[in-house]
Design a protein around this ligand. Structure first.
Ligand code: ARG
Length: 255
């Protein structure tokens, strides 16, 4: 009888501890909120497709979280140091990153694209040769240019994509290379800037975004399961339509 009571108490306090630690600590998810329509600041609120998707996924997984605007390169450092549990930031899944980080399954297809001023002579990626082009430092846009032309001083690297676009507006560079949805969104929202977007599917490869995790981190399985659920049950489609005004092709995410 006495022993039973003791065991019961131990059980109860263990359950109490578990309950406290899971409701007490929210997971921190990092992002670089300068990449509309995926993540950007509206006042001091972070908004975007990624933000809504993350919210749906975390609700599905039953995980409490807060999203933190870490910036781009600091996000990767924070992941390495496990200061954040995950990141969502239009991050392309690639082999180089997979060496250091884990990824969810793909949630968005993307490709690099050129943004330039109206009247530009640039028609394709090869026309960027010998021209000053801005990119966000440490992105696949930078990588694509370096692969085509080698590392060189015409590739101007900026901490975020807003600064890379600013360099185009200032006339410091002739073009920006960044993800297609992002440059198209900028062009559409800024008709006064008189910009054009130039696609080149031969030079720029198709990429897929994933949620990124510290290697061997704790939460990837539950988050990945929840992501699959959100894609399958139509919530993903709803969020996609809200931000892109059209139906997604979810089949490309399942290959
Ligand atoms: N998809 C590109 C990459 O992974 C660019 C992502 C930039 N994201 C951002 N939030 N600034 O390299």
């Amino acid at each position: 009888m006495k022993r039973k009571l003791k065991m019961g108490l131990i059980g109860l306090s263990a359950a109490f501890l578990v309950a406290c630690s899971s409701s007490g600590d929210k997971l921190t998810i990092g992002t670089d909120a300068a990449y509309a329509p995926f993540e950007s600041l509206d006042g001091d609120k972070i908004v975007g497709f990624d933000v809504d998707l993350l919210d749906a996924v975390m609700k599905e997984a039953g995980l409490e979280y807060e999203i933190k605007n870490t910036g781009w390169e600091p996000l990767f450092i924070a992941l390495k140091n496990e200061e954040v549990s995950a990141g969502i930031s239009a991050i392309t899944i690639n082999d180089k990153r997979k060496k250091t980080y884990d990824f969810s399954s793909p949630y968005f297809e993307s490709v690099n694209m050129i943004l330039a001023k109206e009247g530009t002579s640039i028609k394709s990626a090869k026309d960027l040769e010998g021209k000053k082009v801005s990119v966000q430092n440490g992105t696949t846009g930078q990588e694509a240019l370096e692969k085509m032309f080698g590392k060189n001083e015409n590739i101007k690297k900026f901490d975020n994509n807003t600064l890379a676009i600013q360099a185009l507006l200032n006339g410091e560079v002739e073009a920006v290379v960044a993800d297609n949805a992002v440059v198209q969104e900028y062009e559409k929202n800024n008709p006064d800037k008189k910009l054009v977007t130039i696609s080149d599917k031969d030079s720029f490869e198709s990429e897929f975004y994933g949620i990124i995790f510290p290697k061997g981190g704790e939460h990837q399985d539950e988050i990945n399961k929840a992501l699959k659920k959100v894609i399958d049950d139509g919530k993903y489609t709803e969020i996609y339509k809200k931000w892109f005004g059209e139906e997604p092709n979810v089949d490309v995410l399942k290959q």
